[in-house]
Design a protein around this ligand. Structure first.
Ligand SMILES: [Zn+2]
Length: 231
């Protein structure tokens, strides 16, 4: 069973894949949605509506986070406010937080420290170096890797190799130029393991990532993820 921990694409039936679909398995306001001019009241209303949609089968909170590169969205101070709402919500409902973080790792670390954040997080499409990754390991943090693994100009392969194996995931995100199978083949080479071990690793990581949530069993979770494919 192959695991895609972060995708925006609903693909045709792949019975051997579990895909974590943002917007279906998780709820949140993406920082790119925080466009200027910004109305905090409207945004807070939108957030409250999302909170009302939460059900037992909502497996995570997000995608939310910080982005210092994207043009046309609010500054990081306002993004931090909205991120704070999501963090409190994730703790309240005991779900992992799916985080988008672009050129804002230092800001995110500052927030986690200030809040003494104890919840579980996934840093999707992790783009930092290993030193930054290590700073995040002080928290209950997982990291996912996707398109960067195919780009030798990035540090993704090196960082993935150095991180504890039980903390990593693969993701297709919004990309369609490569498949989940391509990613697994890449991981087999990068991690220097065989295909079966690779499958077992990411499956075991998935089980751990969603463990400790009292109201939902791993069987429920796997079942919900299965329904993200169209048959
Ligand atoms: Zn995404």
């Amino acid at each position: 069973m192959l695991i895609d921990i972060h995708t925006h694409n609903l693909l045709v039936d792949c019975t051997d894949q579990l895909r974590f679909l943002v917007g279906k398995h998780s709820l949140g306001i993406h920082p790119w949605e925080l466009k200027t001019p910004f109305n905090e009241t409207l945004c807070a209303e939108k957030f409250l509506k999302l909170k009302m949609q939460f059900q037992k089968k909502t497996l995570a909170i997000g995608e939310c986070g910080l982005d210092r590169r994207r043009k046309g969205i609010v500054n990081c101070d306002i993004q931090e406010i909205v991120l704070g709402w999501h963090m409190d919500w994730a703790l309240e409902v005991q779900r992992p937080l799916i985080l988008h973080c672009v050129k804002a790792e230092a800001d995110l670390l500052k927030i986690l420290k200030a809040k003494k954040y104890k919840g579980r997080i996934l840093l999707h499409d992790f783009a930092g170096d290993f030193e930054i990754a290590r700073s995040f390991l002080k928290y209950d943090c997982y990291f996912s890797f996707g398109s960067r693994l195919f780009n030798s100009k990035t540090l993704a392969n090196e960082v993935m190799k150095l991180l504890p194996r039980e903390k990593i995931f693969l993701e297709t995100d919004d990309q369609t130029e490569f498949t989940l199978v391509d990613l697994y083949q890449k991981a087999v080479l990068s991690l220097n393991i065989d295909g079966k071990t690779c499958e077992e690793l990411f499956f075991s990581n998935l089980t751990n990532f969603f463990s400790d949530f009292n109201d939902i069993s791993s069987a429920d979770i796997i079942n919900d993820l299965r329904t993200s494919t169209i048959s």
